[in-house]
Design a protein around this ligand. Structure first.
Ligand code: NAD
Length: 429
């Protein structure tokens, strides 16, 4: 179809041409045979409900004017308002934002949060801008997408290169335009603005909780287990610390500065303070340096990819000697590598389940903002753990029933929930 001279651009329903969105469409096709009569509604999943492209002009510090491409996509809102992060990155495209929005629909439904899926982004390298320029860009972007976001419509959150400060600017801009303070319009805010305790650690904690559930299914004693972690930031650092505090041995950690290895187990607390001083794990004295490629070949109980997408791919998947992979990062395993891991009997806890702890505590933040009543950190961690355990259990039951991977099962659970909501709501008008 895309070769036709009358169709210079491919339709967004064309899986062959669309980058990340194309991968998502293939995933939907893979899960459709398991949806029974709900398959009648599957087209709903293949079309974002709404995609907004905005121009974001700002005055630069030198007096000139720059324009940036901004996006906000609401993939599905059948189960509740849209929810998903905002990314500032030079490679942001509509295809990527559409796919990330769709994966948020799947993630939110897989853990049964009352949200649909959304995502936003600006095609910009924020390292090229001053703080004041980033603030102006964030505020103009928020004003432009203000027509479709709101505490009961669509609730943005931080993603790549955005943080609590970005959310504070977004909340302030939205509130100024509305004429009243609306804390619930974004999550991941600073505590002083109605942010939630426990949010910073939530994703790593969720990774650890789902890893413990998977260990039970695989008859592995976590307190005796060996663990290797790629990425030692917010997600990987927290997950590694929780493993370490349970008695597990974290034997190798890789980040952008290299790989450190100690078969007797790294002192994770010391490694965390080394990283906060030096900016990376490289040069840590309590370990030997290891070649980056050898990291993937280490014999271990758990492998936690918690850095970038596409890290487990055709070149290294067959070398992985982990019993369980728990995906802290979004999309760390390519579809081809996923097949290799399955053939080799590696048990994979997929990203849409394993890293859902962050959006779960975002949900708690939103609930707390609505009631203006804030919970203790213990209460938040307790509720997070219960929700993640229940989500894992529902997905693993479906995996056993259909004899499929946890990834396919998570998609079955999520797509079923979304399409059930679609069906009972019916079509308007
Ligand atoms: N933070 C959250 O709440 C959250 C929620 C869901 C998913 N995620 C996903 O988890 C992943 C990590 O997020 P984060 O918040 O921990 O980020 P972060 O910036 O805190 O940490 C990223 C880590 O990855 C490492 N890294 C970067 N490039 C690398 C490379 N080439 N090789 C090896 N390591 C490399 C960095 O050194 C750093 O240790 C991302 O995929 C993100 O989308 C994060």
């Amino acid at each position: 179809m895309s070769d036709s001279p009358t169709h210079a651009l491919p339709s967004y329903l064309d899986a062959a041409h669309l980058g990340p969105w194309g991968i998502y469409l293939q995933q939907v096709d893979r899960v459709t045979p398991y949806l029974g009569p709900l398959a009648r509604w599957v087209e709903t999943l293949k079309r974002p409900k709404r995609a907004l492209i905005v121009d974001v002009p700002i005055e630069l510090d030198n007096g000139s004017v720059a324009h940036f491409e901004g996006y906000r996509v609401q993939h599905n809102t059948s189960r509740g308002p849209g929810k998903g992060g905002v990314r500032f990155h030079q490679d942001v495209t509509l295809s990527e934002v559409m796919a990330l929005a769709a994966w948020m629909s799947v993630k939110n439904a897989a853990v049964n949060l009352p949200y649909g899926g959304a995502k936003g982004g600006i095609r910009v390298d924020p390292r090229q801008l001053s703080q004041a320029e980033i603030e102006r860009m964030t505020r103009r972007y928020t004003s432009e997408i203000g027509v479709i976001i709101g505490p009961s419509k669509d609730i943005p959150a931080p993603d790549v290169n955005t943080n609590a400060q970005t959310m504070a600017w977004m909340m302030d801009t939205y509130s100024m335009n509305e004429g009243s303070t609306a804390t619930g319009v974004v999550t991941g805010k600073p505590i002083a603005l109605g942010g939630s305790l426990g949010r910073v650690e939530a994703t790593g904690r969720g990774v650890f909780v789902t890893a413990c559930e998977a260990a039970r299914d695989c008859n592995i004693d976590v307190s005796q287990a060996r663990v290797i972690v790629q990425g030692f930031g917010n997600v990987g650092g927290t997950a590694a610390r929780l493993f370490h505090e349970t008695g597990a041995k974290v034997i190798a950690v890789q980040d952008h500065t290299g790989t450190v290895y100690n078969p007797a187990g790294l002192d994770v607390h010391k490694l965390l303070s080394h990283v906060s001083q030096k900016g990376g794990v490289g040069g840590f004295s309590g370990a030997e340096a290891l070649d980056n490629a050898q990291f993937w070949e280490l014999e271990t109980d758990f492998l936690i990819p918690a850095a970038l997408e596409g890290q487990i791919n055709q070149s290294n998947a067959h070398k992985v000697r982990a019993k369980i992979v728990v995906e802290g990062a979004n999309g760390p395993t390519t579809p081809e590598a996923d097949d290799v891991l399955r053939e080799n009997g590696v048990y994979v806890v997929p990203d849409v389940l394993a890293n859902a702890g962050g959006v779960t505590v975002s949900y708690f933040e939103w609930v707390q903002d609505f009631s203006s009543f804030f919970w203790s950190e213990d209460e938040i961690n307790h509720r997070l753990e219960r929700l993640m355990r229940e989500a894992y259990s529902a997905v693993s039951q479906v995996a056993k029933e259909h004899k499929v991977t946890l990834r396919t099962a998570a998609f079955i659970v999520a797509c079923t929930r979304i399409l059930q909501a679609r069906q009972v709501r019916g079509l308007y008008p």
